[in-house]
Design a binder for this molecule. Structure first.
Ligand code: ZN
Ligand code: ZN
Length: 489
């Protein structure tokens, strides 16, 4: 494999400030707000004001017209590094960086060196709509998945008192076609820890399929307690031969395969949108390609741009709404009890090498992330933005130029460098009207999912017209993306 170009050869390659998603947001954000109440609120609920703020921040991300750090090298070379929005959700580039730093920290500092298994927990379509308007349910579902798994594994180790697994749960709200599909990805130790922290492995071929029964029952209990489902509906769902609940555990990562583990975690924490699958067509529609979706009966979305944005809105993670959780032997409490943290060297913990485990508190995570931003950019683009493109030495930050307070300075500097081409003055292609007839509206599935936050008895006929069937939505996962790289801008 050829070695990557040195920074001096390649220079910092900032991602292009343009991409199809930015064009779509830039040209349609106003329409999204204008049309939301009339066209989308009935199915998708009210539009949270922070969604607009996050999308605007995404538009400014990586674009030096909205501010930059000015770096200078002792050799006289100067360069500008634009700011990132650092958001989770709408920005594929920052989402990827977040995923990288998080996965790296989990592997280096938290997850002990034991084998792992990836488990995907899915729920039947009929229950998913409740998750659209009440995002806290994804957190509740994470707790359910852990409790069920803990109970399930304890049965296999009757001689151990309170055996604990190590489990990281990442809730995802999207399927491969940006459709609303709340489900959970979990990375679980293939075995349990006893009270002394010793690891008791399970065989590679261990069958997790019976776990689905516990997961199903505990999910029913949680939804009933929160009055998100009626007892009648639960009774009916219990009679289904194929319940629509699934617990899939196909991917194993060996204890020594730490790169494989990191790659799995990156995949679990990916962005809802892959930019290389997205096209903004000249007629104003958006084409998003994915894998074949058995329920939708197609492998793409082809919708008006504003409808595409509406599809994206439910997946824009608002602060604290959808959070990654660590349970069992990787929770902070247990790690402290087992002595896995506390013996910190220079403020850094290390994942136990022998038989053991860890939790990410947001504040700590944010600190680590900030510290590592330049290094992470390097990991993504091979180059370090703080290195001089001419001599390769570390450059010094001489100023941070921010918008809107220093817009005049920004314009002056960019004009002097011949880089003044602000997006608000950029000529955009005239997009023709969409073909005659309505755009493909929100998909049948999405409308069906979105219609009611609360399951009611009178829509039974809608859902029961089709015989209960095995739900294959999990096939949404773009299989080619794991364990390889997350696709990028
Ligand atoms: Zn960003
Ligand atoms: Zn230099």
């Amino acid at each position: 494999m050829p070695s990557p170009p040195s920074p001096a050869q390649a220079g910092y390659r900032p991602r292009s400030a343009h991409n199809a998603l930015k064009d779509i947001v830039e040209e349609n954000l106003e329409d999204l707000f204008r049309l939301w109440d009339e066209r989308f609120s009935k199915d998708l609920g009210p539009l949270h004001p922070r969604v607009g703020k996050l999308l605007e921040a995404f538009l400014r991300c990586g674009d030096s017209h909205f501010g930059f750090l000015r770096l200078r090298c002792e050799c006289g070379c100067e360069k500008l590094v634009p700011f990132s929005c650092k958001s989770r959700g709408p920005c594929p580039s920052c989402s990827k960086k977040r995923a990288l730093v998080w996965a790296e920290r989990m592997v280096e500092e938290v997850l002990p060196e034991v084998p792992y298994v990836q488990i995907v927990f899915t729920i039947p379509k009929i229950l998913r709509k409740a998750f659209l308007f009440d995002r806290s349910l994804l957190g509740e579902l994470s707790k359910v998945a852990y409790a069920a798994t803990k109970e399930f594994l304890a049965e296999h180790f009757p001689a151990l008192e309170d055996p604990l697994c190590a489990m990281v749960v990442v809730p995802q709200s999207f399927g491969g076609l940006v459709n609303f599909h709340p489900h959970l990805h979990a990375c679980l130790s293939l075995g349990v820890f006893d009270s002394k922290g010793a690891f008791h492995p399970l065989p590679d071929s261990f069958d997790f399929s019976p776990l689905v029964e516990l997961f199903r029952e505990r999910t029913f209990q949680m939804l009933l307690a929160k009055e998100k489902v009626t007892p009648e509906r639960v009774a009916m769902l219990r009679t289904w031969k194929h319940s629509g609940f699934q617990v899939l555990s196909e991917r194993r990562v060996q204890a020594h395969d730490r790169k494989g583990l990191e790659s799995l975690l990156q995949y679990m924490e990916r962005s809802p949108i892959f930019l290389d699958r997205l096209s903004y067509l000249d007629d104003g529609r958006v084409l998003y390609r994915g894998n074949y979706h058995p329920t939708l009966g197609r492998d793409h979305q082809l919708v008006c741009a504003v409808e595409f944005l509406a599809l994206l809105v439910p997946h824009i993670a608002l602060k604290y709404e959808v959070t990654i959780r660590t349970y069992g032997a990787v929770s902070t409490t247990i790690r402290k009890r087992l002595g896995w943290i506390g013996k910190e060297e220079r403020g850094k913990t290390q994942a136990p090498k022998q038989v053991l485990v860890v939790d990410a508190e947001e504040s700590e995570f944010v600190k680590v992330r900030r510290r590592n931003w330049a290094r992470l950019i390097k990991k993504v683009w091979l180059d370090d933005p703080t290195l001089c493109p001419r001599c390769g030495k570390e450059m010094k930050v001489i100023a941070a130029i921010c918008s809107p307070g220093q817009d005049d300075v920004i314009e002056k500097i960019l004009r002097a460098r011949g880089e003044w081409d602000p997006p608000w003055k950029r000529r955009r292609p005239a997009r023709g009207p969409p073909p005659a007839g309505p755009c493909q509206a929100l998909t049948r599935l999405d409308v069906e999912l979105a219609r009611n936050a609360r399951v009611t008895a009178d829509d039974d006929n809608v859902h029961f017209a089709d015989p209960p069937h095995r739900d294959d939505d999990w096939l949404d996962e773009p299989e080619g993306c794991w364990p390889g790289e997350i696709s990028e801008t």
